[in-house]
Design a protein around this ligand. Structure first.
Ligand code: FAD
Length: 379
């Protein structure tokens, strides 16, 4: 594991960190770096070797996302959605679907995008209006999807909608007639993540592309993708939190105010103390979640929710404090923390907002108490 951590760090130091600011300004990641990630095996790292993947455990997947998240949240989004699509197909795809789609996804010859959110349905997944109807040839798809990461360069979309009132998920290749991809620019953060809106007008797809049984897309298929999306996002946010911490301590040690450094100021030390402690706590939560997933423990779901919930909120605090510690310098594009500040907020929105995490986690905790019965008093 130590070797992998060093390998990821070396890759990111050479191929990602020096260019991340420019990609953010260009609102685009170049195809070259995605090819390099594919060659390194990173885009199919969690898929089994029988499909051409690396078969890495989730702890290693977490380390990969943390290393990339330290340098570019937007590029890490490619790892996130590739895993979401691949793992949903691995779990719920038919033998034929896995044979057809997983090898090119595993090798990174093909990028996937996870098309769930609609203009009128984000947190409320049950409100999807994208609709599949049946005809003699197969299925016809109408509707639209919004805020879809990597949609500008993905080759296939895992699209969620309804069929006869039941939720369905379906693989839709990018070049299918009737599909229009409209890039979204000027995002607050994740500016290079290639977001787009998808418009489907009488798009014909074979019924064989349906993933899972009709009626199970929102209860079974989407949750698998979102689970791996949360693991990836939690670890990416952990990398970003580490970035905030490292930039802050370096600045606090070097920047002089009169005959003192910024780090000599008690109030700045408070900010750094909180940041460093949040970093340790977030690291432990992310590792616990990844380990629970590797051990196939039932609590992997809630551990992942906790890791994403804690780390995304901690990085928003840390990024704000990192800008504060740098003063005006932190408010300019020449300082990495100004980008961290914008990217951090996105972590609280994607793969379920903070409020949705609180809703689910709160219910889990209360239900656990309900199962244990009233707390026994010792007095
Ligand atoms: C950079 C970026 C990348 C994204 N990538 C993808 C992608 O690849 N695929 C995809 O499908 N989607 C993607 N999304 C969309 C994202 O998943 C949604 O934005 C998110 O689910 C929230 O939905 P919404 O924006 O419609 O907000 P809404 O659902 O309208 O929520 C608005 C506010 O109300 C709160 N709220 C909503 N419901 C409740 C509730 N029941 N209880 C308490 N509070 C509630 C929310 O927490 C939020 O604060 C992306 C978004 C961004 C910004």
């Amino acid at each position: 594991m130590v070797e992998k951590r060093e390998e990821f760090k070396a890759f990111v130091t050479l191929n990602v960190a020096p260019f991340a600011e420019q990609w953010d300004r260009d609102q685009q990641v170049p195809a070259g770096v995605i090819s390099q990630m594919a060659q390194a095996g990173y885009l199919g790292c969690s898929l089994p070797p029988e499909y051409g993947g690396q078969g890495w455990d989730i702890v290693t997947f977490g380390l990969l996302n943390e290393a990339f998240g330290r340098a570019s949240s937007a590029l890490t989004g490619v790892l996130t959605v590739q895993a979401m699509v691949s793992m949903a197909l691995l779990k719920w795809g038919t033998t034929e679907q896995k044979r057809r789609w997983l090898p090119p996804l595993a090798k990174g010859e093909m990028l996937g995008a996870f098309a769930l959110t609609e203009p009128g349905a984000g947190s409320a997944m049950q409100s999807l209006v994208t609709e599949f109807t049946g005809n003699s040839q197969g299925l016809v798809l109408n509707g639209s999807k919004k805020w879809i990461s990597c949609a500008q360069f993905a080759a296939v979309f895992l699209v969620f909608g309804t069929l006869g009132g039941r939720s369905v998920a379906c693989v839709v290749p990018k070049d299918t007639p009737g599909l229009r991809i409209e890039p979204i620019s000027d995002l607050l953060g994740f500016r290079a993540a290639g977001l787009a809106q998808l418009h489907f007008q009488d798009v014909e797809v074979p019924s064989a592309n349906l993933v899972g049984k009709p009626g199970y897309a929102l209860s079974h298929v989407a949750p698998v993708g979102l689970h791996y999306g949360r693991i990836s996002t939690a670890c990416s946010a952990l990398g970003l939190l580490r970035g905030c911490f490292e930039e802050s301590i370096a600045h606090a040690a070097m920047r002089k105010i009169g005959d003192k450094t910024v780090g000599d100021m008690g109030m700045v030390r408070s900010l750094i103390a909180r940041m460093g402690t949040d970093l340790e706590a977030a690291s432990a939560l992310c590792h616990t979640a990844c380990r629970a997933e590797d051990d196939h423990r039932p609590e992997a779901f809630e551990k992942t929710l906790m890791a994403k919930y804690f780390t995304s909120r901690a990085v928003v605090r840390a990024a704000s404090d990192a800008v504060q510690i740098q003063g005006a310098a932190g408010c300019h594009g020449s300082s990495a923390v100004s980008r961290y500040y914008r990217d951090a907020k996105i972590m609280e929105i994607i793969e379920g907002t903070t409020q949705i995490h609180e809703d689910i986690l709160g219910k889990i905790f209360v239900d656990q108490a309900g199962r244990c019965g009233p707390l026994a008093r010792s007095d």
